[in-house]
Ligand binder design. Structure first.
Ligand SMILES: Nc1ncnc2c1ncn2[C@@H]1O[C@H](COP(=O)(O)OP(=O)(O)OP(=O)(O)O)[C@@H](O)[C@H]1O
Ligand SMILES: [Mg+2]
Length: 226
């Protein structure tokens, strides 16, 4: 479902972000992407939602080559790909329920349908009590659950999570990973970039390790050696 073929990406000053990266991720897989700071994890995620284009190479998502210059289905791509960014990207003047509703508003769904879907999902994610609060009023772990709920509201086939446990304590980190694992069990392909060795080593999922933009390891039940 996701395929990269010889993908290269450099930034302005000649900084190599991805160096001849090829990989395949099947439908329904759970994949960790690990590697030191600056190894290319976030760049990989930004390429997968076509926020960036590679300098060379191809990226195929759901049988469509998204790297074509004249690719016209960006909104369809974003609909099938939920993203959780390192810095949340929440709207701080909106309630949590309104934040979660956003992707459905963009899709132009009727208000009543949006309300129903949001309530259902908040309930499922145990966030109903927080629906009318604002982002500044809740904890980091709760914020992260809201961001995941927003990423899942349009029922994407793929969920990309960039260090979703970055600023959380171990217990809360585990709750977030459990949530992502449940999402994966219901059929969504999950790619999670992380520095959290404990989580990677406990889950026994596929681990892709990047260093200086190159894949140096890709193991089915991988470990994260520091
Ligand atoms: N917009 C940009 N402009 C210039 N260089 C960039 C840009 N984005 C990333 N880079 C560079 O590309 C390389 C890969 O960055 P990337 O953000 O993908 O790493 P990362 O693995 O996500 O790191 P971290 O673990 O710190 O989040 C780094 O050397 C970085 O400095
Ligand atoms: Mg990053």
């Amino acid at each position: 479902m996701i395929e990269l073929k010889n993908v290269n990406k450099k930034f302005g000053s000649g900084q190599t972000a991805l160096d001849n990266v090829s990989l395949e991720i099947n439908d329904g897989e759970f994949v960790f992407v690990v590697g030191p700071t600056g190894s290319g994890k976030t760049t990989l995620i930004r390429l997968l939602i076509r926020e960036l284009l590679p300098d060379s190479g191809k990226i195929i998502v759901d049988k469509e080559e998204i790297t074509k210059k004249n690719y016209k289905k960006i909104s369809a791509l974003r609909r099938k790909t939920g993203v959780v960014f390192q810095d949340f990207k929440l709207l701080w003047e909106r309630t949590l329920a309104e934040n979660v509703a956003l992707p459905l508003e963009v899709l132009g769904l009727p208000g009543k349908e949006i309300k129903n879907k949001v309530n259902q999902l908040l309930d499922k994610f145990k966030l109903s009590d927080l629906a009318q609060k604002f982002p500044v009023q809740i904890s980091g772990g709760e914020l992260q659950r809201v961001v995941i709920a927003r990423a899942m509201i349009a029922e994407p086939k793929i969920l990309l999570a960039d260090e979703p446990t970055g600023n959380l304590d171990p217990k809360t980190s585990w709750e977030i990973v459990k949530l992502l694992s449940d999402i994966n069990s219901s059929g969504t392909t999950v790619l999670m970039a992380t520095h959290n060795a404990d989580i990677v080593n406990s889950l026994g999922k596929r681990v892709i390790r990047l260093e200086h933009g190159k894949i140096i390891k890709d193991e089915k039940e991988g470990k994260y050696e520091r």
